[in-house]
Design a protein around this ligand. Structure first.
Ligand code: HEM
Length: 917
């Protein structure tokens, strides 16, 4: 078949989207409908299609990762949603098409009701509304008001069919260019397009379509020879003899079939009267009364086999039994033999399809929905654990009585049959009957008599992170709570402080004090934590996994609060800005505010994504702010703060990292002296993949010079695979005769080292803030785990070796934070110049201390977590991530040994000459 071999991903919808998919399936394409888990499907346009149920909830990153993989393997995607929905799911066209897309051959077909760029774009609507707006409804027939031909015109002709046509055109184009594209269909434009004939006819004054009012025109019921007439038995005949020769046949046959004396007041039409509009009322009466004299089948026989253009109106059932050789749904004749289903169970093919793209069964259970319930697959062993409805049942912890049922309401009797399987966790009751065969930990652990039908709280928390039960696909397994018991496991509430000791720095721990933080700092911390918990954390979990960059939506939200500007610390750049909705005055913003901001953002627990969250700006923009010309600053800084443009710092090279004087990228002046011509490469440039500007360290005639280079001809970036997420946008950059105006020089020519030195201090201090905070999160993880994990019958924390490790970890978290706060206090009380002179050494030492102690902590944490500490999912998820990515902190901003040496050399420089023992 024409489309065999073509893979289509159709996001579930109703009417137009499924119809476009149906057209492709009927012609041989493999069409995979994407359903929402546990949402029953009403769609009947599903023949020949498959269904996968994948959870795309943002809190559920693996579902999205599977979806990306599936779409990356497809030829066509059909998006039936309102504008913005796919983008919010992180599945917009930019992810697949364009320069950085993951499937540039994809034909991305989008279908909306109202035009995407018009004033109605965000409104809900249906076929009838689209027709109304298109201008087409106003010319359709109807007694008083115009009536739509059910939903055929906008939904199907203007929508589904037009969309399928657009897809085919794009596929033809792809054959030439090798590239996919977005096919944008809207039903207003589509209805208008398929109505070109009547609409264009309105431009021709003599046309039968334009003469007269609605209802008096040629095809809308005005002409007696084009209409539907009721017969004696109440059924109908259609008359459509527009051409004179056909009209003549009709009139002749019609008259012959009527009694000889039949007339309208003595008047009978002749063939010449056809277009005499004055005669139309009489002619209409003549035909109406005439048809009413005989039943429909009589008239059918009269006209059958003639050119009178008169045929009966058949019901769908009659039409299905008429031997017409074309597919008819009710006749169950289909374009593709065997494709006859009217129902497609959501998720029916999840396993088959996801296996086809290389996912393991375990991964599939993780991010999809269980396949449709099939009682035969339930293990017969479970008969032992049958519950008798809401019958009280004894457990080790007391009576196990279901007292309330969560939505959707369930019929208790449903749970009174073999195969039912419930457990209680933390006073909540979960129905695992259908889930148990999908359980990532296997069925057998659930069948343990200590678990099945019992209070399994302890067993559960020793094997799962509490957040497992917050995932929507598992949350819905809860069917009730146990009478008389209360949940004790504390869930995380966005914005709240942790109650675990050492999980928060002492200034945020109840009952402790600090000289450094004001009430305003505390207010600020609360607001930032809420923002991070609600906006950054969920996105971080998804993007760290799928490797895509921070969403523009989030960047915009950060820009609106001026978080981007605040990340560059106190200074003139904040003047006039409203910070955190006015919570801090720009002139009062200090380094402790910045420390709070950085530490809270670090809590997102995703190292690569965290760097992707514009850390390129944090280190790349200060040289522009501090050393750029006024013109350059006015142009670049606002658009970077507003998140419209991205910047990174491009210093390190494959040849030189910490040794900036050994760089090999060159910048020479053009002949007219107006431009720099830059040649060379840069490596490990954070955010480089998506940056518009690069703050580049170059070798020039006078030494080392920093130049702002804009992305343009001669600048190429490509992604480097590092041990953390590609969402950081880590790049290898080549400058091949790239040009930058001489006005883009930052600082003096040959004075690059001063530019960098003053930058290094801030950059390294920011890294210390992050490092001190993430160590603390590891302490929290280890304290929780060692309390809930049992070994040799006791909690892990009852072992002295574990406690000793915890003590070391707590010490490191406290020393780094306390030293950091001291240095921050110095920064608050020094000019930028004084900081450069006095703090370069201490900050270098602090950074080296932070990162070396962090590595110790990472090592200890892996020992405490055991195998889980090297497993990317489950209990040790955070520890594995921390341990894998900790080296970044230790390398970025200068290697530890280099920093320590720098500090000692600086100290030696200020040693009193006369110091003696
Ligand atoms: C609502 C009930 C349950 C849900 C939703 C659930 C879900 C999961 C999930 C998602 C995993 C994969 C690892 C992870 O993400 O943490 C897992 C693993 C596991 N589960 Fe469950 N589970 C449930 C109940 C239980 C119970 C009652 C037991 C009793 C012993 C159990 C034993 C296990 C085991 C042994 C593993 C493997 C752990 C590992 O690989 O480290 N599960 N479960």
């Amino acid at each position: 078949m024409a489309l065999s071999g073509l893979k289509v991903i159709e996001f579930a919808g109703l009417a137009p989207g499924p119809f476009a998919g149906l057209i492709l399936a009927d012609n041989g394409a493999e069409v995979i409908r994407v359903d929402r888990p546990s949402t029953p499907s009403l769609d009947v346009l599903c023949r020949g299609k498959k269904s996968v149920a994948i959870n795309l909830n943002p809190k559920f990153p693996s579902g999205k990762a599977a979806m990306l993989r599936l779409i990356a393997s497809a030829d066509v995607l059909i998006d039936p949603y309102r504008p913005g929905v796919m983008e919010r799911l992180g599945l917009g066209p930019d992810v697949f098409l364009g320069e950085k897309g993951i499937n540039r051959r994809l034909v991305y077909a989008r279908m909306v009701g109202f035009p995407r760029d018009g004033p109605h774009r965000d409104m809900a609507g249906h076929d009838i509304n689209y027709l109304a707006l298109s201008g087409v409804l106003s010319i359709l027939p109807g007694k008083e008001a115009p009536q739509p031909p059910i939903n055929l015109l906008a939904d199907f002709a203007g929508g589904g069919l037009s969309c399928a046509l657009g897809i085919l055109l794009a596929l033809i184009e792809r054959g030439k260019s090798g590239r996919g594209q977005v096919v944008d269909t809207n039903m207003v434009a589509g209805s208008r397009y398929v109505s070109s004939f009547p609409l264009l006819s309105l431009l021709v004054p003599s046309s039968g379509m334009s003469r007269g009012d609605r209802g008096s025109r040629l095809l809308d019921g005005g002409a007696p020879f084009y209409g539907v007439y009721t017969c004696e038995d109440g059924r109908w005949m259609t008359v459509g003899c527009l051409e004179p020769q056909f009209f003549a046949i009709f009139i002749e046959r019609f008259a012959k079939a009527l009694p000889a004396e039949f007339s309208v007041g003595g008047w009978r039409p002749s063939a010449h009267d056809q277009f005499d509009r004055d005669e139309w009322p009489k002619m209409k009466e003549y035909i109406t009364r005439g048809f009413a004299l005989h039943p429909r089948d009589y008239w059918t026989k009269v006209f059958h086999g003639t050119d009178a253009c008169v045929l009966p109106v058949l019901s769908p059932e009659e039409a299905a039994s008429t031997p017409i050789p074309s597919p008819h749904p009710l006749a169950r004749t289909w374009p593709v033999p065997g494709h006859d289903s009217l129902h497609l169970e959501p998720g029916e093919h999840t396993r088959e399809v996801l296996r086809g793209i290389g996912l393991s069964d375990r991964e599939i259970s993780e991010h999809s929905l269980p396949e449709p319930h099939n009682p035969e697959r339930i293990n017969p062993l479970l008969h032992h654990h049958v519950h008798k409805g809401v019958h009280p049942r004894r457990s080790r912890k007391g009576p196990f009585i279901l007292v309330s049922v969560v939505s959707p309401p369930l019929n208790p009797l449903q749970h009174n049959k073999p195969g039912d399987f419930w457990v209680a966790i933390d006073a909540r009751v979960y129905d695992l009957s259908r889930f148990m065969n999908m359980h990532p930990g296997g069925v057998s652990v659930l069948l343990d008599p200590e678990v099945a039908g019992q209070d399994a709280t302890e067993a559960f928390y020793s094997l799962h992170r509490a957040e497992v039960l917050d995932r929507p696909q598992y949350k819905r397994l809860q069917i009730g709570v146990i009478a008389g018991q209360k949940s004790v496991v504390a869930g995380h509430v966005p914005g709240q402080l942790s109650q675990v000791p050492y999980a928060e720095p002492s200034w945020l721990t109840s009952g402790y004090h600090s000289p450094y933080y004001s009430e305003n700092h505390r207010e600020f911390q609360k607001a930032v934590r809420k923002f991070v918990d609600e906006e950054i954390y969920p996105e971080a979990q998804i993007k760290e996994e799928d490797g895509t960059r921070v969403s523009q939506e989030l960047v915009d939200k950060m820009a609106a609060l001026n978080i981007n500007a605040m990340r560059l610390g106190p200074g003139k750049h904040l003047k006039g800005l409203t910070l955190m909705n006015g919570l801090v005055k720009p002139e009062e913003f200090d380094y402790f505010h910045e420390l709070i901001l950085t530490q809270e953002i670090t809590r997102c627990g995703a190292r690569g994504y965290g760097d992707g969250l514009l850390s390129g700006m944090v280190i790349g923009l200060p040289p522009v702010l501090n050393f750029g010309s006024d013109e350059l600053k006015a142009r670049i800084v606002p658009e970077v703060f507003q998140g419209k443009k991205f910047i990174s710092l491009a210093i390190s090279e494959a040849h030189a990292g910490s040794d900036v004087m050994g760089l090999q990228t060159t910048a020479v002046k053009s002949e007219d002296g107006k431009e720099w011509i830059i040649n060379g490469t840069k490596k490990w440039i954070t955010n480089g993949v998506f940056s518009d500007y690069f703050t580049v360290g170059c070798k020039t005639e006078d030494g080392f010079t920093v130049i702002l280079v804009e992305r343009g001809p001669g600048v190429e970036t490509k992604s480097i695979k590092t041990s953390y997420s590609p969402s950081a946008g880590t790049a290898y950059i080549t400058f091949d005769n790239a040009r930058a105006p001489v006005g883009n020089t930052l600082g003096e020519e040959g004075g690059g080292i001063f530019v960098m030195l003053s930058n290094f201090n801030h950059e390294r201090w920011v890294m210390c803030c992050g490092s001190a905070r993430s160590q603390r999160s590891v302490v929290e993880e280890c304290l929780k785990w060692s309390a809930q994990r049992k070994a040799f019958g006791k909690p892990l924390n009852s072992l002295a070796v574990i406690r000793s490790k915890l003590a070391e970890m707590m010490t490191r978290a406290e020393t780094t934070q306390n030293w950091l706060e001291n240095i921050t206090y110095q920064m608050n009380n020094m000019s930028y110049k004084q900081q450069a002179g006095k703090l370069a050494g201490p900050i270098g030492l602090l950074k080296a201390h932070c990162t070396s102690s962090a590595q110790e902590t990472a090592k200890d944490a892996v020992q405490i977590f055991g195998g889980r500490g090297i497993t990317r999912t489950g209990m040790g998820r955070y520890i594995e991530h921390y341990h894998r990515t900790i080296a970044f902190d230790a390398l970025l901003g200068g290697a530890e040994d280099v920093l320590r040496d720098l500090a000692v050399r600086q100290a030696l420089r200020v040693m009193p000459k006369n110091a003696r023992l």
